[in-house]
Write a protein that binds this ligand. Sequence first.
Ligand code: PMT
Length: 409
Amino acid sequence: MIVLRIFIKKHILLAVCGGIAAYKSAELVRCLIKEGCEVRVIMTASACEFITPLTFQALSGHPVQTQLLDTEQENAMGHINLARWADNIIIAPASANIIAKLAHGLADDLVSTLCLAAECPVYIAPAMNQAMWHKPVTQNNINILRLHGFTLISPQEGTLACGEVGWGRMSDPSSICKVLIKSSAPSEPYLKDMHLLISAGPTREALDPVRYMTNRSSGKMGYAIAQAGIDAGANVTLISGPVSLSAPTGATLIMVETAEEMFQAVVLAAKNHQIYIGAAAVADYTFDELPQKIKKQQPNLQLTLYKTKDILASVALLPQRPFVVGFAAETHDLVRYAQEKLIGKKLDMIAANWVGKARGGFEDEQNALQVFWEKGSSELPMMNKKDLAVKLMTLIFECYQKKRLLREK
Ligand code: PMT
């Protein structure tokens, strides 16, 4: 079989900052060019102390810019044009200094100004001494960058140039290259012929014929996951609580109202699906619905709430269980509760999100997730729920494949 790969040359802008790891960036240029990318390089003044612009010019085949205000270079390709030219920007090595500047919106040299002007995805591959990396101020700056949509290519552990051992070594050029190439790969129907079951939205627990208890879930996260599944070629069954969204074209939609109805629908469907993703905000408690409207005769009213059945845990106990992915929505101790749910409910994976904050979680267009599975974890920074769903889906599929291959061994 002949596989045709259509590749439009990807434009990668490499920003090199000061640090001994700058020598590795030369190798990164070679890797990227080998993968068919067009690479242009910019450098900070301190980067030029470690490696010459000439090295990058020879490797990339293009002049290297080092200054923000250089009339000659601005005429050739100004910093704004360069920012627009780039499909992706990678800062490698990213020093503690550039990380701090970007986190606080400073624009006092070519690299920081260009990143502020950029509208494309920006990747950062930090390299520094381990104590600098672990300093709360650096970690805080990294978190700010994540929140602003930068993608971190984490440094590695090992012997550092200063002789100390610890975290801070720049990720190796081939790994950075892989991340950049993967981010630009055209989406393939990697879920073709697979059956995906997704629950989304809130449930409503009736108190009497006119009142109910519900929560703030809009269904946006679960519906975006359903769309990502369809785009990746899966047959998608979407079991949804009451929301005001249109179901993605191509999904089999089952509308339910209560936690019990969602339980029945999910458990029935689960055995015919390979993956179940529980993104719904299911009520943990319900009432015994009263047949008539409650009248306000007493000054206080006491209600008894009954625990609902746990859908995720029940699906995970099925003899022929699908790959089970849960969500954790927390206002505090997010990681601890998520990991407890992963283990306690015998899940394959859990996606944890903060709720009750200004950004992300319920109702918002954006969200961020910390994803955990038995042998790993991944952070998906704050972004549009649609993009987040695509990234989550790839992660789920990778873990699903690993588990399947292990089982087949
Ligand atoms: O719908 P949006 O407005 O876009 O918001 C998205 C979201 C915040 C609702 C979503 O990202 C999310 O976090 N969904 C899970 C919400 C939730 O109920 O979390 P939890 O930590 O209370 O529950 C943990 C897991 O158990 C969830 O996967 C939930 O679906 C599941 N569960 C809970 C109770 C129950 N009886 N059965 C369950 O299966």
